[in-house]
Unconditional design. Structure first.
Length: 260
């Protein structure tokens, strides 16, 4: 009688594999997202979603130039955080009265950035847990963003003359200024300003398109958030929302079919 080898015994004694063990045949191994959840969110929370998108756009614009100025010796600009970018040949460096350094404060831009973060975070949490306090906080932070942005625009608009002075060439009667202008002309970085010989154009400091758009989007976001808050109060607690819809999107279809 032939005895089975250990390898044959292991192969023959191994239990057969059972596919989908412990799971119903109709259950899908992958969880599918119900698109109706997001449609309901867009219908019931349109104001908060618009406020979050508008605040995010405002946050991106905070890093763009908000104020720009052109002077006799270059260009200068600053963003909402007070970061100054200057292009100049420093022709008046050796002048007895060189161009002054403007002090630009970015406090309002920082406050606006913090308020944007609070707005986006509360919108995401409010879509999940549905708390009235979060709705009020969303509206309040969105209004705060618009206030900080508008105040920043007013502040930077008043700093235009100070920024333009930083790209000035200094006093024309100063010998150091004349030497700087001659060196600049010899290096090909500009023309020597001879009265009555050459025409030169200057523009007054002005707010940039990025700053204006940031102010517009922040105000529109505040209006949308406040309108959504007032609409929610008029329709009662929760309005037409489905409180548990964001907990149902990850339930397998087989288990959810009995609840639908």
């Amino acid at each position: 009688m032939v005895q089975p080898t250990p390898w044959q015994l292991t192969a023959t004694s191994r239990p057969p594999l059972i596919k989908n063990a412990g799971r119903p045949e109709s259950a899908s191994p992958l969880r599918r997202i119900d698109i109706r959840v997001f449609r309901a969110a867009g219908r019931d929370d349109w104001g908060y979603l618009a406020a979050a998108v508008g605040s995010a756009i405002t946050f991106v614009l905070l890093f763009q130039p908000w104020l720009a100025a052109t002077g006799p010796d270059g260009k200068i600009s600053t963003n909402a955080f007070g970061r100054v970018t200057i292009t100049t040949t420093m022709a008046g460096l050796w002048s007895g009265s060189p161009p002054p350094s403007a002090k630009v404060d970015g406090l309002w831009g920082i406050l606006a950035g913090v308020a944007v973060f609070i707005t986006v975070a509360t919108v995401v949490l409010n879509l999940r847990v549905r708390v009235e306090t979060l709705s009020r906080l969303t509206a309040g932070s969105t209004v705060a963003v618009s206030v900080f942005v508008v105040v920043a625009l007013i502040y930077f608009n008043g700093k235009g003359s100070d920024l333009r002075a930083m790209v000035g060439a200094g006093s024309p009667r100063d010998m150091g200024t004349q030497i700087g202008l001659l060196i600049r002309t010899a290096a090909g970085n500009g023309q020597y300003p001879v009265p009555g010989l050459r025409s030169m154009s200057y523009s007054s400091p002005s707010l940039t398109t990025s700053g204006v758009i940031a102010g517009t989007t922040s105000l529109a976001s505040a209006v949308a958030a406040v309108a959504q808050l007032l609409y929610g109060r008029r329709t009662g607690p929760g309005g037409s929302r489905t409180p548990d819809m964001f907990r149902r999107w990850a339930i397998p279809p087989a288990a959810r079919s009995g609840t639908d």
